[in-house]
Design a protein around this ligand. Structure first.
Ligand code: SF4
Length: 305
């Protein structure tokens, strides 16, 4: 397991309650059980670094380096060893599979690579006719916002439309620098969505998540996913039950607008794919008559066509 060191930016905000538990690696965690490669990405690897699980999209992992080493990372088995990626192989595979229309560039954190290398990857994907959507998964805004400078933005904006999916778990991670850099990205035409991991003792209450999701929307970032914490090695202390997650979602639905609501999802073991769950509103159905429970808990009849 890699020696976890915090960069200067993270070190300067690590005293904040919502942040320290995410990054301070505790050796006792390493003794816990869990699965190496819980999403079974090995099985779906079709070219070096290229994971193809769903028909319309692929993930290219281009590095194992990250701006942050989160305790609960589901790819922590890659921290000490990484087989690399092969852009030519990935390109050939995607061109030969026209059903693939979206690519997620992931890692580690893709933005740890120099701009010239990023550009090569972006250009390759933009030139593939069947690729319509390019997404980059990154922790940059919360873990090293200084990386977002004019040169990086000038590189990225050549390949619009481009989606940046940022990893953020707590409102304490939204600093003034975060806001400035997020605005610079948005003003340059880059669309930003957020991904949050539901973490015990960090954000597993509706109050914290309400604050986080509403603040993100104020800045112009759409909350996209609230993920259940994966069954990776040493993740036990962070996992939140599905029951509790659904109660939190129910509570949030009552308090915040649809724009602020992410989708709650988790990955099934053995590479079974993503499952999206919503609190159950349908109580009963008789022919075309439905009985729903509304956000106040009242039962309401609905007659369908
Ligand atoms: S930011 Fe993502 S890739 Fe990096 S350590 Fe955290 S979970 Fe893993």
């Amino acid at each position: 397991m890699a020696n976890v060191k915090l960069n200067g930016y993270l070190a300067s905000i690590i005293h904040k309650e919502g942040i320290k538990k995410q990054f301070k690696f505790e050796t006792k965690l390493l003794k816990q059980n869990g699965t190496e490669d819980p999403l079974n990405e090995k099985r779906f690897t079709k070219a070096k670094g290229l994971i193809h699980r769903y028909p319309d999209r692929v993930v290219l992992t281009i590095t194992n380096r990250c701006f942050a080493y989160c305790n609960f990372c589901f790819r922590k088995h890659n921290w000490d060893r990484f087989d690399g990626f092969d852009l030519n192989e990935a390109e050939d595979y995607i061109r030969n599979h026209p059903s693939i229309r979206e690519v997620l560039i992931s890692g580690g954190d893709p933005l740890t690579l120099p701009n010239s290398e990023l550009e090569k990857i972006l250009k390759t994907f933009r030139d593939i006719p069947n690729i319509k959507i390019i997404r980059i998964g990154s922790r940059v805004l919360t873990a090293f916002p200084q990386r977002i400078d004019k040169r990086l933005i000038d590189t990225l904006k050549k390949y619009l439309p481009l989606w940046l999916a940022i990893h953020i778990n707590h409102p304490d991670e939204i600093t003034e620098l975060f806001k400035t850099k997020a605005r610079a990205l948005i003003e340059s035409g880059i669309s930003i969505v957020s991904q949050t991991v539901l973490l015990k003792g960090i954000n597993d209450n509706s109050h914290t998540l309400e604050k986080l999701f509403c603040k993100l929307v104020e800045i112009g970032i759409k909350p996209y996913y609230l993920f259940g914490c994966d069954q990776a090695q040493a993740n036990e202390d962070y996992r939140v039950s599905i029951d509790k997650a659904l109660k939190i979602m129910e509570n949030l639905r009552f308090r915040i607008s649809g724009l602020c609501m992410p989708v709650y999802a988790f990955d099934l073991p053995e590479g079974g794919g993503k499952v999206v769950l919503e609190p159950d509103r349908l109580i009963k159905r008789v022919k075309n008559r439905y009985i729903f429970r509304n956000f106040e808990g009242r039962e309401i009849h609905y007659e369908d066509v």
